[in-house]
Design a protein around this ligand. Structure first.
Ligand SMILES: Nc1nc2c(ncn2[C@@H]2O[C@H](COP(=O)(O)OP(=O)(O)OP(=O)(O)O)[C@@H](O)[C@H]2O)c(=O)[nH]1
Ligand SMILES: [Mg+2]
Length: 340
C-alpha cells in the first residue's frame, strides 16, 4: 500500500536528517509522528519512528545523569495538603492520570520514555489541594534522583498497566528495581481514621521518612477490553494487596482515588472563626490525625498557642460552641474559635 506522505511529514523528515542536536532530532521525530498519515501502509514507519523516539529519550535521560544541571531535579518542593508521587513502568499512563486530575500540561504519547523530568500539579479534593508528581518511568536506566523523589513522598501511587500483555513481567521488573533502590512498600488497605490514632508522619514538609512507604496500587487503563482478566491474573501474583482500577481517559475510579488518597494522608481539616464572626470556610488548617487544640493554635501562630486562654469547639452533634481543653483531640471538619 502506498504511504502517501504529506508535505508536512516530508518537511519534518528533511529537518530530522539535517538536525545536529538530540533536542532538535527529538522535536522532528515527534513532528514526523504527528504528521504521518495513520493507515496500514505506514504502520512499519510509525513503529520505526516510535522506536527512534524512545531510544533517543532513553539516551537523553541517561546521558544527563549527574552534573550540576541536574541538581534541581533531586527534589520537588512540597505544596498543599500532601505530596503523592506517581510512578510506574514506561507508558503505563502516569502523565495521562496526573494531567486528568490536576490539569498539568504533561506530555502524553503512545510510546515509552515520554516523560524525562518530574512535574507537579495540584489536585482538588473538596476544599483542599493535594500535590501529584508525574515522574519519568521506572526502568533499569532510571536516574538515582527518581528514587530519591519517591523516598521523600508522603504517598506513592504505583500504576500497573491493565492494557499491557506483559503486565506480570513488567510488575516484577518494577518491584525488583524498587527493591534495588531500597524502597519497600507498606499496605495500601484503607487507613483507619480514628481520631485517637497516632499519626505516623506529618503531611507537611518533613525529613525523609524511613521505609516502608505508604503506597496505593492502581490498575491503569481499566477501560481496556481485557483489563479485568489481567487484573485477576495480577491479583494472583501480588496476593492480598489492593489494586484500584482506574481509567484517566474514561474517567473511571477517579473520585474513589481522590477519597483514598485523602484517607491515606492521615490528615484532618480544621476551620477557624473569630468571636462574633462567621466561620472561615476556605483554606482550612491541615493537621495530622491526633492533633490537639494547641497544635491548631500553634499552626496559626507560635505566640497564639502561648497566649491561648480557651477555645470553643463546634464538632458534629456533640459540640456546639462548648469550651474545650487545650489537649482536646480534634476531628476532621471541626470548627474552632480561639480566645486569647
Ligand atoms: N485506553 C487508555 N489509554 C490510556 C489511558 N491513560 C493513558 N493512556 C494511553 O497510554 C499511552 C501512554 O500514556 P502516558 O500518560 O504518556 O504514559 P506514561 O506512563 O506517562 O509514559 P512515560 O512518560 O513514557 O513513562 C498514551 O497513548 C495514552 O493515550 C487510559 O486511561 N485508557
Ligand atoms: Mg509520562
Amino acid at each position: 500500500m502506498p504511504a502517501n506522505l504529506s508535505a508536512d511529514y516530508l518537511k519534518a523528515e528533511e529537518r530530522y536528517r539535517a538536525a545536529t542536536t538530540s533536542e532538535e532530532k527529538l522535536a522532528c521525530l515527534e513532528e514526523m509522528f504527528k504528521t504521518i498519515p495513520k493507515h496500514k501502509g505506514t504502520e512499519k514507519m510509525q513503529a520505526d519512528i516510535k522506536t527512534r523516539i524512545s531510544k533517543l529519550k532513553k539516551e537523553m535521560s541517561s546521558s544527563s545523569k549527574g552534573g550540576a544541571k541536574r541538581a534541581d531535579w533531586f527534589h520537588v518542593e512540597k505544596q498543599g495538603a500532601g505530596q503523592v508521587v506517581v510512578f510506574g513502568a514506561p507508558n503505563c499512563g502516569k502523565s495521562a492520570l496526573v494531567r486528568e486530575l490536576t490539569g498539568l500540561h504533561a506530555e502524553v504519547a503512545p510510546y515509552p520514555f515520554t516523560t524525562t523530568q518530574p512535574a507537579a500539579g495540584m489536585m482538588e479534593f473538596e476544599d483542599i489541594q493535594i500535590q501529584l508528581v508525574d515522574t519519568p518511568p521506572v526502568a533499569p536506566e532510571s536516574p538515582a534522583w527518581l528514587f530519591h523523589i519517591m523516598r521523600t513522598a508522603d504517598i506513592l501511587l504505583w500504576m500497573l498497566d491493565l492494557s499491557d500483555d506483559n503486565l506480570l513481567e513488567t510488575t516484577e521488573q518494577t518491584a525488583a528495581l524498587l527493591q534495588k533502590a531500597n524502597i519497600s512498600l507498606a499496605s495500601s488497605k484503607p487507613e483507619a481514621r480514628s481520631p485517637n490514632a497516632a499519626p505516623d508522619s506529618s503531611p507537611s514538609p518533613q525529613p525523609p521518612t524511613p521505609n516502608p512507604k505508604r503506597c496505593l496500587r492502581l490498575g491503569s487503563k481499566s477501560d481496556d477490553q481485557q483489563a479485568l482478566d489481567r487484573l485477576a491474573i495480577l491479583r494472583e501474583l501480588i496476593g492480598d494487596v489492593e489494586v484500584l482500577p482506574v481509567s484517566a481517559e474514561h474517567h473511571i475510579g477517579l473520585e474513589e482515588l481522590k477519597r483514598r488518597l485523602f484517607a491515606m494522608l492521615q490528615i484532618i481539616r480544621v476551620y477557624t472563626k473569630k468571636p462574633g464572626k462567621p466561620v472561615e470556610m476556605r483554606d482550612p488548617v491541615i493537621l495530622p490525625i491526633g492533633a490537639t487544640v494547641t497544635d491548631a493554635a500553634y499552626h496559626l501562630h507560635k505566640d497564639f498557642a502561648q497566649h491561648l486562654q480557651f477555645a470553643r469547639l463546634w464538632s458534629g452533634a456533640d459540640y456546639d460552641g462548648l469550651r474545650v481543653e487545650r489537649s482536646h483531640v480534634l476531628q476532621d471538619k471541626d470548627i474552632l474559635e480561639f480566645h486569647v
